[in-house]
Design a protein around this ligand. Structure first.
Ligand code: ASP
Length: 368
């Protein structure tokens, strides 16, 4: 299933005057056509689906999430896998909805949604994290509160089940924004964050990916950094809550075969994650080195704040022009202060979903 969009429309199907049998036949045909249009899931190319990203009425709340971008094409997914990934994203939306319906904050929702995605083997974060060159898992995450501009991040932590909680702990319980490596691990232990065995992170698919990149690397050093077909599976979430506050978070295992303590964009505030109540909340996925160099998430926000550009225009300009010109693949998801959603990507696909308090819900994977 490429896209699920549920919508309701008022249809004026009852003629006001009496009609003869021919008119009746035509009316019935018209009725049937309208009924079919209203009931069928609309395709990703449908204009309505796209314009619904922008809200004519400001919704009370909005949840947007991603599970990574890359070579995501229908041919590469079994129907079972597609169904399971769709369900995981839908369940994550439901978790966020529950938090926000219960008057929770954007920050609460971000953590709960991302924890659910981190606990799934489908995405490159938490349980499904990719392997480093040394066969380990080094996890990066960040979270930002658009109301206070507070932020927390961790880079290269090992053995912690939910890195997004580590990022939140840095924000709440340290005077810093970002901790990395050994020091970050010590801090997370002191915070009593749940730890898991190395085996918890083992997935056959990720192990095979490492083996295939290592094979490529025999011919070329640093193969991963040259590999444009790489599938990015980072997870992220952006939320506008009922109080008008924005927040964003991102969590990842980074890139397969990473080494030397490489840290990508996911824990870098302004690159992979950014939230500002004056503009928008964003989480990115893609080739992190480019997202860092071009300060992607902050650039989108700055274009809105200083250039008066809409969220949709700003995010498309950065993802489809700036990044493409630079050779950086990936995408972003986010929501602005008025509840407009943007989800541009320059790869073949991106796991993405959103839900608005108005009842509108979208789950997509592939390009038009
Ligand atoms: N952006 C992540 C990184 O470079 C990778 C991803 O999105 O999957 O670490």
């Amino acid at each position: 299933m490429n896209l699920i969009t549920f919508r309701t429309k008022k249809l004026n199907i009852f003629p006001s005057k009496p009609f003869n049998s021919l008119k009746m036949k035509n009316s019935l045909i018209l009725f049937t056509l309208l009924f079919l249009c209203a009931c069928s899931p609309i395709s990703e190319g449908d204009k309505d689906a796209k314009s619904n990203l922008e809200s004519s009425v400001r919704p009370d709340y909005v949840i947007v999430l991603h599970g990574g971008a890359g070579t995501i094409v229908k041919e590469n997914l079994t129907p079972e896998l597609e169904k399971s990934i769709t369900k995981t994203m839908n369940d994550a939306l439901e978790i966020g909805k529950f938090v926000l319906d219960s008057n929770g904050t954007a920050m609460d929702a971000i953590q709960k949604v991302i924890m659910h995605l981190e606990n799934s083997p489908h995405f490159n974060a938490g349980k499904g994290a990719v392997f480093t060159h040394d066969g380990e898992h080094e996890l990066d995450a960040s979270i930002m509160d658009g109301k206070t501009m507070d932020a927390g991040a961790v880079g290269g932590i090992k053995g912690f089940k939910n890195p997004i909680l580590a990022a939140k702990a840095v924000m709440d319980n340290s005077p810093h924004v970002m901790l990395s490596g050994t020091g970050a691990n010590t801090f997370c232990k002191e915070q009593g964050l749940e730890m898991v065995d190395k085996e918890y992170f083992y997935t056959e698919r990720r192990w095979k990916s490492l083996q295939s990149v290592l094979e490529k690397e025999k011919n070329k050093m640093g193969a991963i950094l040259e590999n444009q077909d790489y599938k990015y599976g980072t997870v992220g979430c952006a939320v506008l809550d009922k109080h008008g506050n924005l927040a964003a978070g991102t969590s990842t295992g980074g890139m397969t075969n990473k080494r030397w303590g490489r840290i990508g964009d996911a824990p870098i505030i302004g690159a992979g994650t950014y939230a500002n109540n004056n503009t928008c909340a964003i989480s990115a996925t893609g080739h992190g080195e480019y997202f860092i160099r071009y300060a992607v998430a902050h650039d989108i926000s700055a274009r809105m704040e200083h250039g008066g550009v809409s969220f949709n225009e700003a995010s498309k300009a950065v993802v489809n022009n700036v990044l493409v010109d630079a050779g950086g693949s990936g995408g972003i998801i986010g929501v602005d202060k008025d509840g407009n959603v943007a989800m541009p990507f320059n790869t073949k696909g991106m796991y993405r979903a959103y839900l608005k308090s108005t009842g509108e819900r979208y789950i997509g994977m592939f390009k038009d």
